[in-house]
Design a protein around this ligand. Structure first.
Ligand SMILES: Nc1ncnc2c1ncn2[C@@H]1O[C@H](COP(=O)(O)OP(=O)(O)O)[C@@H](O)[C@H]1O
Ligand SMILES: [Mg+2]
Length: 207
């Protein structure tokens, strides 16, 4: 191949019209129901109180650190907001972010070792419906699995969004009577965290 031919080829590569996609990652594990969740669409339907919450959530996800708790009763839109934040996160970065239901994460048959490792390493993880499970009796094995995931993420400064149907004080209260070691779960979750509480009433009254 002549030198001329090589430089022609390089010129073609530099000015070619091949698609040059934006750096953009993927959301892994998002259930179909939430696949289109979108910050702009949520903003359009929100009232003033929720708009402030949404702004806080967007600020967090644009520079995430530690834990973002999305709290509120069932049906208030926690999972939808978490999904919208995940999608916003990957739209701006060439990384994968993961969505996982806590009940599946804690079950080694539902989440095998390879998938669990992906959750440990995910650049951003949504852990959906945490307190729903904590409310029940978690076995020592489940607690250990939860700790392993949260500790790995905390140790490597990987941010996590946690949805739950109560607030952080309630989370602490419910974990308090558990065996020694569970305090470590709280500490990993709350070392650097913010809580946002969804207010369903204001959404229902919004015009
Ligand atoms: N901001 C919103 N405006 C209108 N409907 C919403 C909004 N957020 C969620 N929803 C809808 O409300 C229902 C419950 O939302 P979901 O996110 O599953 O709530 P949660 O996770 O708090 O139980 C879903 O059908 C969802 O599509
Ligand atoms: Mg939910």
């Amino acid at each position: 191949m002549s030198r001329q031919t090589v430089s022609d080829l390089l010129a073609t590569l530099q000015v070619g019209d091949a698609p040059n996609p934006e750096p953009c990652g993927r959301v892994v594990g998002l259930p179909t129901r939430f696949a289109d969740a979108d910050v702009a669409a949520l903003r359009a339907g929100f009232g003033r109180a929720e708009m402030a919450l949404l702004d806080d959530a967007v600020r967090w996800v644009d520079a995430p650190s530690g834990t973002l708790f999305l709290e509120g009763p069932v049906g208030f839109g926690k999972t939808t907001l978490a999904a919208a934040l995940l999608r916003r996160y990957v739209a701006a970065r060439p990384v994968d972010a993961h969505f996982a239901s806590t009940v599946k994460v804690l079950n080694p048959y539902a989440t095998g070792e390879a998938d669990f490792t992906l959750l440990e390493r995910a650049s951003l993880l949504v852990l959906d419906d945490l307190l729903y499970l904590v409310d029940g009796d978690l076995s020592a094995r489940e607690l250990s699995r939860l700790y392993r995931l949260l500790n790995e993420r905390w140790a490597n400064r990987r941010p996590t969004i946690v949805t739950m149907n109560a607030d952080r004080a309630e989370l602490e209260r419910r974990l308090a009577p558990s065996p020694p070691g569970d305090r470590r779960i709280i500490e990993r979750l709350c070392d650097d965290c913010i809580e946002l509480q969804l207010v369903g009433a204001s959404r229902r009254t919004a015009k």
